[in-house]
Write a protein that binds this ligand. Structure first.
Ligand SMILES: Nc1ncnc2c1ncn2[C@@H]1O[C@H](COP(=O)(O)OP(=O)(O)OP(=O)(O)O)[C@@H](O)[C@H]1O
Ligand SMILES: [Mg+2]
Length: 506
């Protein structure tokens, strides 16, 4: 079907109309798909050598959460390099990133028509529009000039959206602040509850207020903490992490505040604490609900006066630290029960952020699956990793008490099982590979000794391999929750933390 002047005009009007960016982009790809006879169309943003889907039509819903690294998707890399539209030959040997992701197309996309339009802001690549059709001749009479015009329209719309996003961010962060960079892992999900969370993150990031992040286990509190720091004027300084649960009381004070040489037996040199390390930056106190009462009093003092005293030192040091705390406990309840100081609670909870459970945002399940599938695909070195629609429905019917972390574990585990069950690089996750709802995946569970592969190892290496395999199993049985894993293994959480780190599990 030729790309008529009228259609281009309609697209131009569509994407300048007063809709939200998301709706506008959705309309763009829908119009393109319907009018050019594509089986799939997608608008992608280019960010840090990745193409990130902004809107798709005709593609599986998990595509929305897949961030395609150009280094592992040669077709996208070709588009990123091209400088102009790319028409791939119908029999091109380059794998298609949407391979297996176009519903009702079980076969791989061997021969098909495919066009990529790179989108530019001046010289800078900001995105791409991709068109795919099963009929290899489908795009033959689309003129190059018209396609370029379509590309230019899409680019203008995308550029505008990115500019507005940036302005919004800058005004929320206040003057002179750095732009948020992309060091932290992406927060996937566009459910309204997530959009409001993002707005709140941006709003608080520009201030120096303490932030208290609340939410059930596995909802993404740590991700939120990173996002606040990254979007704040302190982003160029340290984000120091301290897990209050993994902190034996005996060393906690020195961890937080440091000590001077000779302050206590074993204090053989000066040591600065987390507060000093975090000076001008952010201190993230994770699992704050586990902080012993004695230390709560000391922490309160620092928050009130902004100075710390190393153990064994009379002098105090001024520090400029922004506190972000997180907990999955109901801190108010802890206050009522006398386990958490009310005054500290009030100091910390100036700006509470509630991270929604997965149950509150069912529409994000598909994109989150896509995100973890793409991660697994990469780490397992597969060319294609997809999930059968009935397996995705099973995931949708589960209620996810362990939230995003549980989902991540279920998918990563299923991906490993699926790979073992497949004999080429294209792997499909089947429903029975999903260990959810207390059921184990119906692939025989091996004893950790069998999984550990100890052959040819010395005793130390074999022991490590066994420990790693056993801890991983207990961890996945506990939905990735480290605290309950420690309980199940009869270990102190701090010791488990250190052991897991040494074994490379964390
Ligand atoms: N919105 C999201 N997008 C992508 N990944 C996410 C998202 N939310 C959580 N995750 C992933 O899920 C896992 C758990 O997240 P995180 O550690 O931040 O949870 P948490 O709320 O701190 O859990 P806990 O209370 O058990 O400490 C991490 O691997 C994180 O990267
Ligand atoms: Mg956490």
């Amino acid at each position: 079907m030729p790309l008529s002047q009228t259609l281009l005009t309609r697209i131009a009007l569509d994407i300048t109309s007063g809709l939200s960016h998301r709706d506008r982009f959705a309309r763009l790809v829908d119009t393109v798909k319907a009018n050019l006879g594509c089986d799939a169309a997608a608008l992608l943003e280019f960010r840090d050598r990745h193409f990130v889907p902004l809107a798709t039509a005709g593609l599986a819903e998990d595509v929305a959460g897949r961030h395609f690294a150009i280094d592992s998707h040669p077709r996208l890399e070709a588009i990123a390099r091209a400088g102009d539209l790319v028409r791939f030959p119908a029999d091109s040997a380059l794998p298609d990133p949407y391979d297996g992701l176009i519903p009702n197309q079980e076969d791989r996309l061997h021969v098909h028509a495919c066009i990529g339009l790179p989108l530019f802001d001046d010289e800078k690549l900001i995105g791409a529009l991709t068109l795919d059709a099963f009929d290899p001749q489908r795009f033959d009479n689309l003129g190059t000039m018209e396609l370029r015009a379509l590309g230019a329209l899409s680019a203008a719309s995308l550029k505008n959206a990115l500019l507005l996003d940036k302005l919004e961010r800058v005004s929320l962060l206040g003057q002179g602040s750095r732009e948020a960079n992309n060091d932290s892992p992406p927060m996937v999900g566009n459910a309204p509850v997530m959009e409001s969370l993002r707005q709140e993150i941006l709003a608080v990031a520009g201030t120096d207020l303490n932030v208290l992040i609340l939410g059930e286990t596995g909802t993404g509190k740590e991700l939120v903490a990173r996002a606040v720091h990254q979007a704040s004027p302190r982003a160029g300084k340290a984000l120091v992490y301290l897990n209050c649960a993994a902190l034996p009381e005996s060393v906690a004070e020195s961890e937080l505040f440091g000590h001077v040489k000779g302050a206590f037996t074993g204090a053989i040199s000066h040591r600065s604490g987390k507060f000093e390390t975090a000076d001008k930056g952010t201190l993230f106190l994770d699992e704050i609900g586990e902080l012993p009462l004695g230390l709560q009093a000391k922490l309160l003092r620092v928050l009130q006066y902004g100075d710390v005293q190393r153990i064994g030192d009379d002098r105090s040091l001024k520090v400029d630290v922004r506190i972000i705390a997180a907990t999955n406990k109901d801190l108010k309840q802890e206050v009522l029960a006398g386990r958490f100081r009310a005054d500290l609670y009030h100091r910390l909870s100036v700006f509470p952020l509630h991270v929604p459970t997965l149950r509150e945002r069912p529409e994000d399940l598909g994109p989150l699956c896509g995100h973890f599938l793409e991660q697994s695909r990469k780490s397992l070195g597969l060319s294609v990793l997809r999930i059968r629609p009935d397996a995705l429905s099973r995931l949708k019917n589960h209620d996810w008490p362990g939230n995003v972390r549980e989902l991540e574990h279920v998918i990563k585990r299923a991906a490993t099982l699926a790979r073992a069950a497949s004999d080429d690089g294209a792997v499909m996750i089947e429903p029975q590979m999903l260990a959810i709802g207390g059921q184990s995946a119906s692939v025989p569970v091996q004893s950790p000794a069998a999984v550990a592969q100890v052959e040819g190892k010395n005793l130390k290496e074999a022991t490590d391999a066994f420990q790693a395999a056993y801890i991983s199993q207990v961890l996945s049985a506990n939905r990735g929750n480290w605290a309950s894993t420690a309980r199940a293994l009869g270990l102190d959480p701090g010791n488990l933390h250190r052991l897991a780190k040494r074994l490379g599990l964390k």
